[in-house]
Design a protein around this ligand. Structure first.
Ligand code: FES
Length: 123
């Protein structure tokens, strides 16, 4: 399998790894087929994602996708963060092999869930 240099860079040196203890929203997803799991934590201020971190137990593509997703979402408004697609994550990574596209899905799904959690708690 051929990964782009960007994927390898984010896999070896992932950005925003960790947990936010007092997160405003948490999203956890898992892929039942490969068994990989991902959790995204967000901190929101003035409807903007002020901080975002992730914990991923998964393949190289899942880790690189989580890292890129957090980079894309950081500083965005909640409304704009909702518009980040798996294709946008994959494009920023210089593409993903087609059998690895579901890994970038995991990242966008986890962010979506974290935002839903935030909106539920801050109605
Ligand atoms: Fe499971 Fe990549 S193989 S997330």
């Amino acid at each position: 399998m051929i990964y782009s240099n960007k994927v390898l860079e984010h896999f070896k040196n992932p950005k925003n790894v960790g947990e936010i203890k007092d997160a405003d929203g948490i999203g956890e997803v898992g892929n039942p087929i490969c068994g990989d799991t991902m959790t995204i934590y967000i901190k929101v201020k003035d409807k903007r994602i002020k901080d975002i971190k992730f914990q991923t137990f998964g393949c190289a593509a899942a880790i690189a996708s989580s890292s890129m997703l957090t980079e894309l979402a950081k500083g965005k408004t909640i409304a704009d963060a909702k518009k980040i697609t798996r294709d946008a994550v994959a494009d920023e990574l210089g593409g993903l092999p087609s059998i690895k596209m579901h890994c970038s899905n995991l990242a966008t799904d986890a962010l979506k869930k974290a935002i839903e959690d935030y909106e539920r708690k801050h109605k």
